[in-house]
Ligand binder design. Structure first.
Ligand code: PLP
Length: 384
């Protein structure tokens, strides 16, 4: 047979794909599309016999992440998205349309607040925010247009533990959906699905990925809702890329190990900091789960602690506007995650200038504790 010419060789040099390679690690399907032997073969995708056609629609790696988180959450199905924000949007659009109303907790992650306050109204979806600390007030804020109640299982940044049973029961009583952001708790600590929630969302950028190297989101829930959400993801183009999904899956394999250690370290740090007079308040959840109370600790430093000096003196602990990696990091909610929250609400919620959010990592507890106590002491001394 005649050999192909040079230009053809440059693109067709690879061996024909073997049907099955016994690769230990899951391969990355870094492909925009899948190929077909003939038109009938391609038609079989549309008939539901084949799973993959075009990676924006679906891809084995992104499916792994969506289905994997669904499994851990005890949910029927899941979809992975390009970010946590995209997962939230896809979940909302799966259940709400123009003219509908969403009732949300007022102490949400700032980006979610912004999406709800600025973008959803542009789509004709009205959102109101109430304090979820009193469920009677939540019930009073429902209207006949409300289709969804939205909250976080452990809130960002003040780590309030939501009364999930109460919120979900309220939604059921009024025949509306409940959607829970379970990013901070992860299914290691809480499984809102088992408590009856309809949709659960994750910024997989955080504990699911766990290594601060992937931006991703996952939405899980009832099959029929995820089907609608998937169609939004496809149309809006907020699908996750195969490589990011692969990284998310790799990170997820150690979720239990990381969470166990991070929760233990966080509990010890919270306890130590509560003994310091220069720390006026420690926010660390109680009674979240038998496995622990989370790996986030927020603190209000006393007024005599200079906040700028504190951040400068943290030695190896880095300032990072994210959380949940294996490294301990700190963030300053006032100027990052909650910057866009209206001033009056921030004051009401208690997100002030002395508030520091700590994401506790897997390092040795003594080193973590020392980094914080030394920074506090130095910031105090310099200010006296
Ligand atoms: C609780 C919570 N939900 C959602 C998000 C948004 O996730 P992403 O940044 O992956 O879009 C964040 C981001 O910090 C978050 O903290």
């Amino acid at each position: 047979m005649r050999e192909k010419q040079f230009n053809t060789q440059t693109v067709h040099f690879q061996k024909k794909e073997a049907a099955y390679h016994v690769s230990k690690a899951k391969p990355i399907y870094q492909t925009t599309a899948f190929t077909f032997t003939d038109l009938d073969d391609m038609e079989s995708f549309y008939e539901g016999e084949k799973s993959y056609l075009y990676s924006r629609y679906s891809n084995p790696n992104t499916d792994d992440l969506g289905i994997g988180v669904a499994l851990l959450e005890g949910a029927e199905d899941g979809v992975a998205t390009s970010s946590g924000m995209a997962a939230i949007l896809a979940g909302i659009l799966a259940v709400a349309k123009e003219g509908d109303h969403v009732l949300a907790s007022e102490d949400l992650y700032g980006g979610t607040y912004q999406l709800f306050e600025q973008e959803l109204p542009n789509m004709g979806i009205e959102v109101s925010f109430v304090s979820f600390t009193d469920l009677k007030k939540v019930e009073a804020a429902l209207s006949d247009k409300t289709v969804l109640i939205y909250t976080e299982s452990i809130t960002n940044p003040l780590l309030r533990v939501e009364d999930l049973d109460g919120v979900i029961a309220l939604a059921k009583k009024h025949h509306i959906y409940s959607m829970i952001d379970n990013t901070f708790a992860t299914p290691y600590l809480l499984k809102p699905t088992e408590q009856g929630a309809d949709l659960i969302v994750h910024s997989a950028t955080k504990y699911i990925g766990g290594h601060s190297d992937v931006n991703a989101g996952v939405l899980v829930g009832k099959e029929e809702l995820i089907k609608k959400a998937k169609s939004k993801v496809v149309t809006l183009g907020c699908n996750l890329t195969p490589f990011e999904a692969w990284l998310g899956c790799r990170g997820m394999k150690t979720l239990s190990l990381r969470m166990q250690r991070q929760c233990e370290n966080a509990a010890k740090l919270a306890h130590k900091l509560s003994e310091y007079s220069a720390v006026s308040k420690v926010y660390y959840p109680k009674s979240v789960s038998e496995r622990g109370n989370g790996a986030m600790v927020s603190i209000d430093l006393a007024d005599e602690v200079n906040i700028e000096t504190f951040f400068k003196e943290l030695s190896w602990v880095k300032i990072a506007p994210t959380l949940a990696g294996v490294e301990t990091t700190v963030s300053y909610p006032l100027r990052t995650s909650h910057r866009t929250i209206p001033d009056h609400l921030r004051v009401d919620l208690g997100i002030g200038k002395q508030l520091v959010r700590i994401s506790v990592g897997i390092e040795d507890e003594l080193d973590i504790i020392e980094a914080f106590t030394q920074a506090i002491e130095k910031a105090q001394t310099k200010n006296l």
